[in-house]
Design a protein around this ligand. Structure first.
Ligand code: HEC
Length: 258
């Protein structure tokens, strides 16, 4: 008797009733060429997975990824840079065909095309073959994408001064200076000076510290208005009274540390 005769089967809508070639034969029909899912296949998968997992964990421990530091609103010298995994998109925007008038192409067009192609991949490449050699288009595109991402990331990274960035990202050291935020001059300091000289007068990449300086209140007031060396003139634009309070505030911080 024919197997299953008189029985009703639940159909799979993807397989037409007349076409049976897509129904895989039982693995026992290919002795030596295939294997049982459990435990043979699963064990192999699991082993390969563990090797990758341990490899990744070791890599992250030995060579931590260069991630940016904590955001610091008082650091005016900070130059934003995408994290390493987005550097390739950032580098793409430096090319003439992807910037300026063509910026939309660089921002949306090319990346959209690449990720859109990824979505369409199952429809564009639906051959039955599983070996890389049988799928030259899909494998070629993948290798091309991979090579471009690696190349762009590498080019971008080689233009960055990583040591200077690490310095820039360093957290601001906890100040030992007592900052009296209730002081009359603090508001003026916060408004005009903090962006360069730091929230605790500790200085930053753009300006030296104002702690331990040897100026009189009059000299500080003069510097605030007329600048000094690399500090431009005209930074402070408030009233004379506010100026006096400002220099008094900087003096008071210096006195509190002596
Ligand atoms: C644009 C950034 C910037 C701002 C804003 C700024 N400064 Fe400066 N400041 C500097 C730089 C740079 C120097 C170092 C100048 C030099 O020696 O070449 C400096 C130096 C100083 C010095 C002398 C420090 C020393 O050790 O010689 C004083 C005092 C000072 N600033 C006060 C102020 C005050 C007060 C304000 C707010 C009104 C202010 N600064 C705002 C950039 C800035």
């Amino acid at each position: 008797m024919h197997r299953g005769k008189g029985m009703k089967f639940v159909g799979d809508s993807r397989i037409s009733a007349t076409k049976t070639s897509q129904i895989p034969k039982d693995y026992s029909e290919y002795p030596g060429r295939t294997e049982a899912f459990w435990p043979n296949f699963l064990l192999k998968e699991w082993l390969a997975g563990s090797v990758f997992l341990v490899g990744f964990l070791t890599l992250t421990l030995v060579h931590p990824s260069p991630l940016g530091g904590i955001a610091d609103p008082t650091n005016a010298a900070f130059i934003p840079l995408p994290d390493w995994y987005f550097l390739f998109l950032y580098e793409l925007l430096k090319y003439e065909f992807a910037s300026g008038d063509y910026i939309l192409l660089g921002m949306l067009g090319l990346p959209g095309l690449a990720f859109g192609a990824l979505l369409l991949a199952p429809f564009l490449d639906n051959g039955p073959g599983r070996r890389p050699g049988q799928r030259p288009v899909a494998v070629g595109m993948m290798l091309l994408a991979l090579a471009s991402v690696v190349w762009l990331t590498y080019t971008s990274a080689s233009h960055v001064d990583w040591e200077a960035r690490a310095e820039m990202d360093k957290p601001i050291p906890e100040s030992e200076v007592a900052i009296d935020t209730e002081h009359d001059g603090y508001a003026a300091y916060e408004a005009s000076c903090m962006s360069c000289h730091g929230g605790n007068l500790e200085g930053g990449p753009a300006a030296p510290t104002l702690v331990g300086i040897e100026y009189t209140a009059e000299e500080i007031a003069d510097i605030a208005v007329n600048g000094i060396g690399g500090m431009p003139a005209g930074i402070f634009t408030g009233s004379d009274e506010e100026l006096e309070q400002l220099s008094d505030f900087i003096m008071s911080v210096n006195e509190s540390t002596e």
